[in-house]
Design a protein around this ligand. Structure first.
Ligand code: HEM
Ligand code: SF4
Length: 614
């Protein structure tokens, strides 16, 4: 279906209601005059996924029919449609190997179900429900993601509807957690009771609501009985009608990510987003935002045209106009983003292709007024919100560092049980961080020893007992569930951190803050390309080692060495740590130091000493 050569941008233009591309009956709600300047030849061949979206009737496709079938897997078309509903089909690659060893052919399919949680804010009962679901219907663990969401892995197809329905019953949603739409809106989760934090967190909710797909497909498929009566609480946006006033019938060319940050706290890595909003604060009030566009980290090494990019500074918008400007940016990408080659479809390629001035002019035209010149406000710090801190209203929050976001009960550490006990005893508020950790909020002074005792009783390390390097580390899921993984990541990083702890101790650097991020392939889901140390799976057991990013997330790192075997990563870095200790300048992080020295100097430092001359 998707490969049908008859499917061209002309059809897509029609689907969008774009007259210039051959469409009729354009909806005025959907497309304004400036948006009809469809700009590409009608003969262009669109990617297969574009065809699937167009034919899906607003994300229905044949999902409902396939759910009723006995088979353990979805069709290729439904797999694409289902991403927009927040779920990926996967197979456990460990089990694949085991099955093969047993002489059995085939894969054992299951679904990953991702919840979209704007700003990472959820309630204790929502977390408890997700924990129950991962045990009843999933692989028994719950994962906090690097974008403030939750993932349950290992849900078999026959249970998918139960899981999605029950997530919705708690007031969360999986709609648009994945797919070619605006995904989870990230925002600093700190529960400080300041007007600025509250306003930004409210904005995250507003943007999430504004950009949620309107299609009724989600509630029809997951939340209604056979007669079409809703069985579950539904977001009022879902059900208004199938006219997608923002996205149109083919949604966006590729995923789209938004994040909101503060200059003194870039905890959500605002420069890695398609659309970043950096709050401009004057006299404790948000007066507006510096708008950043075109961040995105995914790379395909075999395609030399792909690269990781930090967002570029576009202009300033007053707080009252920020949603309109966000909508204009999304619509520019909708209409002009690359729909032929998904590898070149993220907004970053459009921004770079046009240049920031031309992009700004187009955004101005779409929203009908001009962005103002940038405010000097810029990111200058970040906080991971780990440990005890006062909220500002007499209460406390505790940032609990969860290694790689994995909530599991093992004989040594009972993360799930500890969180259940904390929720049951203290009924805290909860927030997920962009570093795959969790904040337990609204605690009284008297709750502090109770919380610490529960953690100790369950073998969960207190954040204060976690080394700095582990606390600032992050890994993507990779093996065994991610079908794109080339190497281990989540299962390899803890061992590597053990080695790093010993090495950093040796050089007196145990208290230095720098980020170490690992991914199992170059797609970059744990944001390795702006970390002080980025480790990217490149070939079985081997990693590209990137150096020179910053804890504030404002600089891309550079490739230092390629194809380094896992066990040689720490020995490779060791002489650099020694040089950093001896030669660092005031206030430099390890990444700053590497950036200042540059690759050649670092290579010389890391090289084994030349053989002695006679
Ligand atoms: C562009 C290419 C990318 C592709 C094809 C891709 C694909 C995937 C897949 C298949 C998973 C599921 C893994 C699993 O749960 O088993 C995943 C997880 C995830 N991805 Fe990506 N991804 C890409 C880039 C990114 C980037 C650049 C980010 C953010 C900077 C990101 C954020 C995430 C997050 C938050 C998860 C959830 C699990 C985690 O926290 O590790 N992805 N991605
Ligand atoms: S970075 Fe690669 S291996 Fe890791 S979760 Fe993303 S797609 Fe999978």
């Amino acid at each position: 279906m998707g490969g049908d050569p008859a499917y061209t941008r002309e059809n897509a233009g029609r689907a969008l209601g774009c007259e210039a591309a051959g469409g009729k009956g354009r909806s005025s709600r959907c497309v304004s005059a400036v948006e009809t300047e469809c700009r590409v030849s009608a003969e262009e061949k669109l990617s297969a996924v574009e065809g699937i979206k167009a034919a899906s009737n607003f994300l229905r496709g044949t999902v409902a029919a396939e759910l009723a079938e006995d088979s353990d897997q979805f069709s290729a078309e439904s797999i694409q449609v289902l991403k927009h509903h927040g779920t990926y089909q996967q197979d456990n690659r460990d089990d694949r190997a085991a099955a093969r060893a047993d002489g059995k052919a085939g894969k054992q399919f299951s679904m990953m179900v991702r919840s979209r949680i704007p700003g990472g804010q959820l309630t204790a009962s929502q977390l408890l429900a997700e924990l129950d679901l991962c045990e009843r219907f999933g692989g028994g663990t719950l994962r906090i993601t690097s974008r403030q969401g939750l993932q349950i892995h290992g849900v078999v197809k026959a249970r998918l509807r139960d899981v999605i329905a029950q997530i919705n019953a708690t007031g969360l949603s999986t709609l648009a957690a994945c797919g070619d739409v605006n995904r989870n809106v990230m925002c600093c989760p700190a529960p400080y009771q300041t007007p600025v934090h509250l306003e930004l967190q409210q904005l995250a909710q507003t943007l999430a609501h504004h950009f949620a797909p309107r299609t009724r497909a989600y509630r029809e498929i997951w939340l209604c009985d056979a007669a079409g009566t809703p069985q579950r609480r539904v977001d009022e946006n879902q059900g208004a009608g199938d006219d997608e006033p923002i996205y149109g019938r083919t949604y966006l060319p590729r995923k789209f990510k938004m994040g909101i940050a503060l200059p003194h706290d870039n905890c959500i890595d605002v420069y890695t987003h398609d659309l970043g909003l950096l709050a401009v604060i004057e006299q404790d009030r948000v007066i507006g935002f510096n708008v950043l566009v075109g961040g995105g980290l995914g790379v395909t090494p075999s395609n030399k045209k792909t690269y990781p990019a930090l967002a570029k500074r576009l202009g300033f918008v007053a707080a009252r106009d920020v949603v309109a400007v966000a909508e204009a940016v999304v619509k520019v990408q909708r209409d002009h983003g690359n729909r032929e080659d998904r590898k070149l479809a993220r907004l970053k390629y459009l921004v770079d292709h046009w240049g920031i001035e031309a992009f700004r002019a187009r955004v101005d035209a779409y929203c009908g007024h001009r962005l103002q010149p940038l405010h000097p406000a810029e990111v200058h710090a970040m906080c991971d919100h780990i440990g005890w801190e006062a909220q500002g209203d007499g209460r406390w929050y505790y940032g609990l560092n969860v290694e790689n976001g994995r909530l599991a009960d093992t004989p040594q550490r009972q993360w799930k049980s500890a969180l259940r006990a904390i929720c049951g005893t203290l009924a805290p508020g909860l927030r997920l961080t962009a570093h795959q950790s969790i904040l337990l909020t609204n605690l009284q002074e008297r709750d502090r020893p109770v919380l610490e005792e529960i953690l100790r009783r369950h073998g969960v390390p207190l954040s204060e007992e976690t080394s700095t390097v582990r606390r600032w580390s992050m890994a993507c899921v990779a093996w065994p569930t991610c079908g794109l993984a080339i190497t281990e990541s989540e299962r390899a990083l803890p061992g590597l951190i053990d080695q790093l702890e010993a090495e950093l101790d040796r050089w007196g650097l145990a208290r230095d803050v720098f980020t170490v991020r690992m991914t199992g392939c170059p797609n970059g889901c744990a944001r390795p390309y702006n970390a002080d140390i980025g480790l990217v799976g490149k070939a079985r057991g081997r990693y590209s080692v990137y150096l020179g990013g910053s804890p504030q997330g404002t600089r891309l790192n550079f490739l230092f060495q390629d194809l380094v075997p896992l066990e040689q990563i720490v020995p490779l870095l060791s002489p650099l740590f020694a040089a950093f200790r001896d030669q660092r300048q005031e206030g430099e992080s390890f990444g700053d130091f590497c950036h200042r020295c540059g690759r050649d100097a670092l290579c010389a430092l890391a090289a084994p000493p030349p053989p002695p001359t006679a």
